[in-house]
Design a protein around this ligand. Structure first.
Ligand code: TNX
Length: 555
C-alpha cells in the first residue's frame, strides 16, 4: 500500500495541526520497535516532538468518534493527552479503501498525524507511538521525527492462556493483555475449562464453580511423581470479572476467544454434574483432576448434556459479545468411556453412527449449530477434523503438527497455526542451567525465541486461495508446570515478542539478528512492568527461585 497514493482519497480532515508546539531536544538513538513496521523512516540527531506535556488535543477533534477513540488508544498505551480549547498537536485522517489494521504515522517537531481507515487501527498506531517514545538528549520524553506506514501480514495474531491448570488473577490477566497489546497481538484465546478446573461462572450451573473450580492438590510440578495436597488450586472469574476483562481487552484492540472444552478434558465439569457424563459405566466417579495428561472423563451424548451445552454457550455468547468465534476444544478425546457405555452405544445405533469418532462429530456439529444461532462460528483443535469431515465453516486450530494444515485447507477450512513445538510456549528454552525452569515435559527442550522466530507460516505447495485461508498464528501457554506467575512470565517473555513479529511480517522481511538487538531495547519496558522475563543468557530477570518454587499453599 502506497501512502502517497492515498492522500487524494482522504475523506475527512478532522483538525489542523497547531504550530505552537515546542520541539524536543535532539534525539540520540532510534527507538527499538517490535514488531518492525513495514516501512519506517526515523530521524535521529535532530529535535523531535516533545512529549514532556503530553499531546494537546482540541475539543473539536476530541468530540468526533475517531478523535475520542484515538484519545482512549493513546491513553491506554500510556501516552498522556491534554484537552485544549483551540490548539491541537494531533491530526487524524480517515482514508477509505485500505485494510482495517493499516495505519500511518507522521511525526514532526510540531505535531503528530495519524491516518487510519478503521478505528481498529488506532490501538496499533498508539502502541507504535508508545514504543517510539525515547529520551531526548535532555532526558525528557520525545518522539523522533518519523514517517511510518504499517499493516500486519496476518489477521489473527493470538496467544492462548491456560487458566485451568493454574489460575491467573484478574490483575495478571490485565497485565498479559497490556503485553499483548504492546506487541500488537489481537486475539487472546482463553482456555477456561479443563480436567483440573472450571474457571468461569455460569449462572444456570452454579456447581461448575462451587465444585469444579477447586482441586484438593496438584501433581508435584517438579518431580511429577506424587500429588501434593499442600497445593490445592482454586479460582474462577465471576461474570462481572469476565465483563471487566473483556472490556479491558477490547479497549486495547484485543478480542477474547473463550474456550469451553467439548467433549473431552471434562473431569472438572463432570465432578460438578456427574449425570452429564457416562454414568452407566462401572466405577464411574469423576473428580476434579490433580494430575495432568489425558483423562478418560468425557461428556455423554444424552439430551440433558446437549441442553447443558446449549445453555452454557448461550451465557458464553452473552459474556463475549464481540467474539466472532467460540472455541469448543475437541482435543485428546479418549473414546474408552463411549465404548463401554450402553447409553453411548445406543446413541450410535439410533443416529446411525458407525464409530465412536462420529459421536465427537455429532458434538462438534451440535455446538456449531447452536453457536450459529448466536451468529458465531466455532474454532476447534485439529482433532475435530481429522477422523471425520466437518462443516467447512469450522475453523481448525492446528496444534499437533504443521503437516495437518494442508489437509484442513484442502477440506475447505480456515485455519490458525499453533503447531508444536514452535508455538508451544510451555516447552523448555534450553537445558538446565541455560533454562533454570527446565522440566523434561517433552523432547523439545530448545524452543527459545530464536526457534519461534524461524517459523514460516507460509507453507509450501498451497494455492494462493488455500494460503488465504490461513488466518494467522498463535502461541499456546499451557500451564501444567507453571505453578506461579513469575515462571509464567519467564516462559512468555520474550517468546511473545518473537511470535508477534512472525505474525506481523512475512519471513523474507524478518531479520533475526536485528530483532535480537531490538529485543534488548524492550528491557526497560519489561522492567517498568516488573516482569520476570528471560534474559539473553537464560537468566530470569527478577526471580530465579520461582523456577523451582511451587505454588503457594492456600492460607
Ligand atoms: C496437549 S495442545 C494439550 C494440552 C496440554 C499440552 C501440553 C492441546 C490441544 N492439548 O491439554 O496442556 O499438550 O503441552
Amino acid at each position: 500500500m502506497n501512502a502517497r497514493a492515498l492522500i487524494p482519497l482522504l475523506s475527512s480532515l478532522l483538525s489542523a495541526t497547531g504550530a505552537l508546539a515546542a520541539p524536543s531536544a535532539p534525539i540520540g538513538e532510534a527507538p527499538a520497535l517490535i514488531p518492525q513496521p513495514v516501512r519506517a523512516d526515523i530521524q535521529t540527531g535532530i529535535p523531535g516532538f516533545s512529549l514532556e506535556h503530553g499531546i494537546k488535543i482540541d475539543s473539536r477533534t476530541s468530540r468526533t468518534p475517531l478523535g475520542s477513540a484515538a484519545i482512549r488508544a493513546l491513553q491506554n498505551a500510556g501516552i498522556p493527552v491534554l484537552p485544549e480549547e483551540n490548539e491541537s498537536e494531533l491530526t487524524l485522517r480517515q482514508a477509505r479503501g485500505i485494510a482495517p489494521e493499516w495505519y500511518s504515522i507522521s511525526v514532526s517537531p510540531e505535531g503528530i498525524s495519524i491516518t487510519v481507515n478503521d478505528p481498529r487501527a488506532l490501538p496499533l498506531a498508539a502502541q507504535t507511538l508508545a514504543q517510539a517514545t525515547v529520551q531526548a538528549k535532555d532526558g525528557k520524553p520525545a518522539l523522533p521525527v518519523m514517517d511510518i506506514e504499517d499493516q500486519p501480514h496476518m489477521a489473527y495474531r493470538g496467544l492462548m492462556v491456560d487458566v485451568s491448570r493454574h489460575f491467573r488473577s484478574i490483575g495478571e490477566m490485565k497485565q498479559i493483555i497490556r503485553l499483548m497489546a504492546r506487541y500488537k497481538l489481537n486475539h487472546l484465546h482463553w482456555h477456561l475449562t479443563d480436567d483440573q478446573g472450571w474457571r468461569i461462572e455460569i449462572k444456570q450451573y452454579p456447581k461448575l464453580t462451587t465444585i469444579g473450580s477447586h482441586r484438593p492438590g496438584t501433581w508435584d510440578t517438579i518431580t511429577r511423581d506424587h500429588i501434593n495436597t499442600s497445593k490445592p488450586e482454586s479460582g474462577y472469574y465471576t461474570q462481572q470479572d469476565i465483563r471487566d476483562i473483556v472490556t479491558y481487552a477490547r479497549e486495547r484492540g484485543i478480542t477474547i476467544i473463550p474456550e469451553i472444552e467439548v467433549p473431552g478434558h471434562n473431569s472438572a465439569l463432570l465432578a460438578a454434574y456427574p449425570e452429564l457424563g457416562n454414568s452407566d459405566i462401572e466405577g464411574y466417579n469423576p473428580e476434579v483432576a490433580c494430575t495432568f495428561g489425558v483423562h478418560d472423563n468425557i461428556l455423554a451424548p444424552k439430551p440433558e448434556t446437549f441442553r447443558f451445552l446449549s445453555n452454557v454457550l448461550q451465557e458464553i455468547c452473552a459474556l463475549f459479545p464481540d467474539a466472532p468465534y467460540i472455541h469448543i476444544g475437541g482435543d485428546e478425546v479418549p473414546r474408552t468411556q463411549w465404548k463401554k457405555s450402553p447409553q453411548a452405544q445406543q446413541f450410535m445405533k439410533e443416529h446411525g453412527l458407525a464409530t465412536e469418532a462420529d459421536i465427537q462429530r455429532h458434538f462438534t456439529h451440535y455446538c456449531l449449530a447452536e453457536l450459529a444461532k448466536h451468529n458465531r462460528r466455532i474454532i476447534g483443535w485439529d482433532e475435530i477434523q481429522q477422523d471425520s469431515s466437518i462443516d467447512p465453516s469450522a475453523i481448525i486450530m492446528i496444534w499437533r503438527s504443521s503437516k495437518l494444515a494442508a489437509p484442513a485447507l484442502k477440506a475447505g477450512h480456515q485455519i490458525i497455526l499453533s503447531p508444536l513445538p514452535h508455538f508451544y510456549l510451555d516447552y523448555g528454552q534450553g537445558k538446565y542451567p541455560k533454562d533454570p525452569s527446565y522440566t523434561p515435559i517433552t523432547d523439545h527442550w530448545n524452543c527459545d525465541w530464536q526457534f519461534v522466530y524461524d517459523y514460516d507460516p507460509n507453507l509450501p505447495d498451497l494455492t494462493p486461495e488455500q494460503q488465504s485461508r490461513i488466518l494467522g498464528i498463535q502461541g499456546n501457554l499451557w500451564s501444567e508446570y507453571l505453578p506461579n506467575y513469575s515462571k509464567f512470565q519467564y516462559m512468555l517473555i520474550p517468546r511473545l515478542c518473537a511470535l508477534a513479529e512472525v505474525a506481523w511480517l512475512p519471513k523474507n522481511q524478518r531479520n533475526k539478528e536485528n530483532f535480537g538487538k531490538r529485543l534488548i531495547g524492550q528491557y526497560n519496558y519489561f522492567d517498568s512492568e516488573q516482569l520476570n522475563f528471560r534474559e539473553e543468557d537464560g537468566t530470569p530477570r527478577i526471580d530465579r527461585e520461582a523456577m523451582t518454587r511451587e505454588h503457594p499453599a492456600e492460607p
